[in-house]
Design a binder for this molecule. Structure first.
Ligand code: IFM
Length: 453
């Protein structure tokens, strides 16, 4: 007989999205241009020339989307607010219509008995701030404080769960080092100060949120993968140390008061990218960054088995299992649920956050609707089942898990991959904006009902 997996009583079940990936309405009602508008409008940057101009048209269809959340039985919904919708120039005059949109969305969620989890920055920086240097310059962190003021003053009476940043590592390294994301730089020397200013803006924002949103909980969301060496060679072991250092410890260590990890500073210096050796750090910055948090959000998708020396572009991710759809999602990411238990346990026992959420977890499979309009996405169900069980194992090991958010509520704009990758519990026809609950959404509804499976 299958073992029953039942979660703690107050465990929260949700799903997540982000503004640029679903809203559309990119220039509606006074919204300013974001770096993702600019990037997606630049030929050659996004698969198939896709853009987020319309995306899921959620800016118009949000009521329908709340009804869908209700149908799935979601207890919480994690979404992000678009900075240029609220401050079209990044700072200065507030666009009331932008604030009104989120205010109505929050009211709608609360009426539907769904707890809003608001993320302030899920990558859509106002282009005007990018024109002044973007996150590479300190003034962008100062502008983030203005943005935080505006949104937390407006929603702080009703929103009680806040996330400052989503995946600052991806912002820093995919946006400024590999260049795959907006603004598209390929320069580690930019990425390093970008990471610092992201963290600093987080540290400055937390007390502002607490001021305007009493009795709320504030955290940050980090993407943390599970990295293992392809062999016991010192080169492969070092590839894991380096990857973990750059993508995880570079963020977790300063957030938890340990400063930037010395081995990673040395890695960066070896790459000759650190002129004036971290001179962008000013007095008080590290203290601000390590402001105590109420929770840590973790986004987990896959494992990386790393082999060093295979190319000049750093270690290669090697595949040790047959490349079947069960083992590899369509993103080319390994399906490895054990890594989620590992990541959650490691973060908890290393840094002792007060509590933790899985703020994103999910799989890209493009299973289409059949002739009866049914989406039989069994592979996604298997992915969720095994990963949710992995969260449960972390709880049994003593990790204070408070909730789980599926990525994503619905298929959406998957950044540089455009609409080709589908992560949704809900199928979206991007021509007609028709939504269909996939089998995984129905399966998840049962998990929520039973608080487990
Ligand atoms: O779609 C993204 C999301 O915006 C951030 N985390 C990873 C997801 C899948 O790539």
């Amino acid at each position: 007989m299958a073992t029953k997996i039942i979660f703690p009583e107050n465990f929260i079940w949700g799903a997540a999205t982000s503004s640029y990936q679903i809203e559309g309405g990119w220039d509606k009602h006074g919204k300013g241009e974001s770096i993702w508008d600019r990037f997606s409008h630049t030929p050659g940057k996004i698969h198939n020339g896709d853009t987020g101009d319309v995306a899921n048209d959620h800016y118009r269809l949000w009521k329908k989307d709340i009804r869908i959340m209700k149908q799935i039985g979601l207890q919480a919904y994690r979404f992000s607010t678009s900075w240029p919708r609220i401050l079209p120039k990044g700072r200065g005059k507030v666009n009331q219509k932008g604030l009104d949109f989120y205010s109505k969305l929050v009211d709608g969620l609360l009426e539907a008995n769904i707890i809003p989890f608001v993320t302030l920055y899920h990558w859509d920086l106002p282009q005007m701030l990018q024109d002044e240097g973007g996150w590479e310059v300190r003034s962008t962190a100062e502008a983030f404080v203005e943005y935080t003021e505006a949104i937390s003053k407006s929603l702080g009476d009703r929103v009680k769960n806040w996330i400052t940043h989503n995946e600052p590592a991806v912002v820093a390294w995919a946006g400024n080092d590999s260049g795959e994301h907006a603004p598209g730089f390929k320069d580690l020397a930019k990425g390093v100060p970008v990471s610092h200013h992201l963290l600093l803006s987080h540290g400055w924002a937390v007390p502002i949120i607490r001021q305007h949103s009493p009795n709320s909980e504030v955290g940050i969301t980090l993407n943390v993968g599970w990295r293992v060496p392809a062999s016991n060679s010192s080169a492969d072991l070092n590839a894991v140390r380096e990857g973990d250092g750059k993508w995880t410890r570079w963020f977790t260590d300063p957030l938890y008061g340990r400063g930037y990890p010395a081995d990673v500073v040395a890695d960066f210096e070896r790459q000759d990218t650190m002129p004036n050796s971290m001179s962008f750090i000013q007095n008080g910055d590290m203290k601000a960054i390590s402001v105590p948090l109420d929770f840590l959000g973790v986004n987990y998708y896959n494992r990386e088995v790393l082999r060093s020396g295979a190319s000049d572009n750093g270690p290669q991710v090697v595949f040790s299992k047959p490349k079947t759809p069960e083992n590899w999602t369509e993103m080319g990411w390994e399906n490895y649920p054990e890594g989620l238990t590992g990541v959650l346990s490691r973060l908890y026992f290393d840094y002792k956050p007060l509590k933790m959420y899985v703020t994103e977890n999910g799989a890209s499979y493009s299973t289409p609707p059949d002739e009866n309009n049914r989406v039989k996405d069994d592979l996604r169900i298997d992915y969720y089942r095994t990963h949710i069980a992995a969260v449960h194992r972390a709880i049994q090991a003593g990790v204070p898990m408070a909730g789980y958010f599926a990525w994503s509520l619905m298929d959406n704009f998957e950044w540089a991959k455009g609409y080709a990758q589908r992560f949704g519990l809900v199928w979206v026809d991007f021509e007609t904006q028709k939504r269909i609950l996939k089998d995984s959404a129905k399966w998840y509804r049962n998990v929520i009902r039973k608080n487990g499976f």
